[in-house]
Design a protein around this ligand. Structure first.
Ligand code: C2O
Ligand code: CU
Length: 549
């Protein structure tokens, strides 16, 4: 395996969008940040230097971090952050995955501008299980904020209702032709008629699930979260924050120019009247260099998107994704059929008492979020260091397997678990065991489709549905043949999703909603996976340059 060395220098960068200048935090002077290119099996050695006056960490989202939990890059979970003027070397191997992932800051809301793609090519002499595209493009879907995102976050934590929204959606950092002051910066993707292209899609938005489509073209989904899928043809694909998807697109339309676009999917029943960006971010697919310098964008037609809250469309899309058949006995890939840990986690909005919070509609309370009524409080030192060094009093091991009350979770105005409990609780898992987690959305304070992300390993998404999960009914409907293996599952709004995985990777693994507002509000917890007994089943000691707390 090769060693790939990369330098990340984190510094301020002046960027202008929507006629608004801003100094933002960026890696190597790029927004979005640089693409990291590796091959399956490579060792990646990233030297991260922090030159800004804010603590930083960098997380390798979806990378399995086999025996390298110290490199996962989650502030207060796997490391203390890199302080101003300091460096940290993040070193890990890419094991058993290939496709598109992304890296991002994992502290407060810095990932708004600190993110970029990770492209993992398959091993030498292995082929894609689909037609090899003639060319590939990375397409990062994100947001532009005129405000400082750290200010927005501070407001959201002080009882602001948290419906703060970005000023534009973006494609590779550009809002595109439909926004003010943006036409000249619209991204252009040249194609040649008759050829097939691969688009590596990343949803790096902070708080929005997104639809993505290209006018007049069909997309063939072939991969998600760095795992191959059975090819699936669709006009519109859906990505939650934290999800990545590779699609093939054939340039089979009349020579011309076509909009590529993303727009918001948001089923939150509380935000129906919130003016989130209704304008699609656009880029242009241009055939045979046919883009005239004076093109008038209004002549181009947007792809047609489902309505912003079309939960049925989204459920049909996600249920249609099927994994490739996984080679049996290859332990990362075996789908658990008997369950050692049977967990039922409600994912919910919640309330916290807050004397200074006067904002409506909850005077003297602030919105927060919870899993099984627990709202995570981040510890002062990292959980991984506390676990490794047997430091008591940092966390408790009694994260509950069930919610504290049984109620009609998706009934109207169920408020039984509205006020959540603060704490730093983990769930301890022994090595080599099978885990099932059913995530249940609740109507406490409103439906939402929470994209739940697990660090350190993928899970198989074996089932999902609307309404309340029924343990005597639903398991018989699970797909145990070819479920997709993913690192993020968007739990259906007003519904449930079931995932399974095997504990093959010792360490501390964060699990949280990938809507950053909800992460900050505490819809987060961590698993400790203990060491196994065999060789290569033990977490190595930390690297010598771990940042101090
Ligand atoms: Cu994309 Cu916890 O991260
Ligand atoms: Cu959420």
């Amino acid at each position: 395996a090769d060693h790939q060395r990369v330098n990340f220098v984190i510094d301020y960068l002046n960027v202008s969008r929507l006629c608004h200048n801003k100094s933002l935090i960026a890696v190597n002077g790029m927004f979005p940040g640089p693409t990291v290119r590796v091959r399956e099996g490579d060792h990646l050695i990233v030297n991260i230097t922090n030159l800004v006056s804010h603590n930083v960490t960098i997380h390798w989202h979806g990378v399995r971090q086999v025996l390298s939990a110290w490199a996962d890059g989650v502030a207060q979970i796997t490391q203390c952050p890199i302080q101003t003027g300091q460096s940290f070397i993040s070193e890990f191997q890419i094991v058993d995955q290939r496709g598109t992932l992304f890296w991002h800051a994992h502290i407060s809301w810095l990932r708004a501008t600190l993110h970029g793609a990770i492209i993992i090519r398959p091993r030498h002499k292995t082929r894609y299980p689909f037609v090899k595209p003639s060319h590939e493009y990375t397409v990062i879907l994100g947001e532009w904020w005129n405000e400082d995102v750290e200010d927005v976050l501070a407001q959201a934590l002080q009882g602001g209702r948290g419906y703060s929204i970005p000023d534009a959606l973006t494609i590779n950092g550009y809002p595109g032709a439909l926004y003010n002051c943006s036409q000249h910066l619209t991204q252009v993707f040249p194609v040649n008629k008759g050829e097939t292209y691969m688009l590596r899609l990343v949803n790096a938005a902070l708080n929005f699930q997104l639809y993505f489509a290209v006018a007049n073209h069909t997309l063939t989904v072939v991969e998600a979260d760095a795992e191959y899928l059975q090819p699936l043809e669709r006009d519109v694909v859906v990505l939650s924050p934290g999800q990545t998807t590779n699609v093939l697109i054939k340039a089979n339309q009349p020579v011309g120019n076509y909009y590529m676009a993303c727009s918001v999917f948001s089923p939150n029943s509380n935000t129906r009247n919130v003016p989130f960006p209704e304008t699609a971010a656009t880029a242009i697919l241009t055939y045979n260099s046919s883009l005239p310098a004076n093109i008038s964008f209004p002549e181009l037609v947007l792809p047609s998107f489902p309505s912003f809250d079309d939960v049925v469309f989204v459920a049909n899309f996600t249920k249609s994704l099927k994994g490739q058949s996984y080679s049996k006995g290859y332990y990362y890939y075996s789908i658990p059929t008997k369950i050692d840990y049977d967990l039922f986690y409600t994912v919910s909005y919640a309330l916290q008492p807050c004397a200074t919070c006067l904002a409506q509609p909850f005077p003297n309370q602030r919105l927060s979020a919870s899993i099984n009524n627990q709202t995570l409080v981040l510890p002062q030192i990292s959980l991984l260091q506390a676990y490794y060094n047997h430091l008591n009093n940092t966390y408790e091991e009694d994260f509950p397997d069930f919610p504290p009350y049984v109620f009609n979770y998706t009934g109207i105005a169920a408020s039984e678990i509205a006020v959540s409990t603060l704490g730093t609780k983990v769930k301890v898992l022994e090595f080599g065991k099978s885990v099932q987690i059913v995530f249940q959305d609740t109507h406490s304070l409103g439906y939402e489709s929470h994209p739940i992300h697990l660090h350190g390993q993928n899970f198989f998404i074996v089932g999902e549905g609307f309404g309340n999960y029924n343990a005597s009914l639903h398991p018989s409907t699970f797909n145990l043949q070819n479920p997709p293996s993913r690192n993020t599952v968007a739990v259906p709004s007003g519904g449930w999703a079931a995932v399974r995985f095997t504990t093959t990777n010792p360490g501390v693994w964060f699990m949280h909603c990938h809507l950053d507002l909800h992460t900050a509000w505490g819809m987060s917890m961590a698993f400790i996976v203990r060491n196994g007994k065999g060789k290569n089943e033990t977490l190595p000691p930390p690297p010598s340059n771990m940042p101090p707390c």
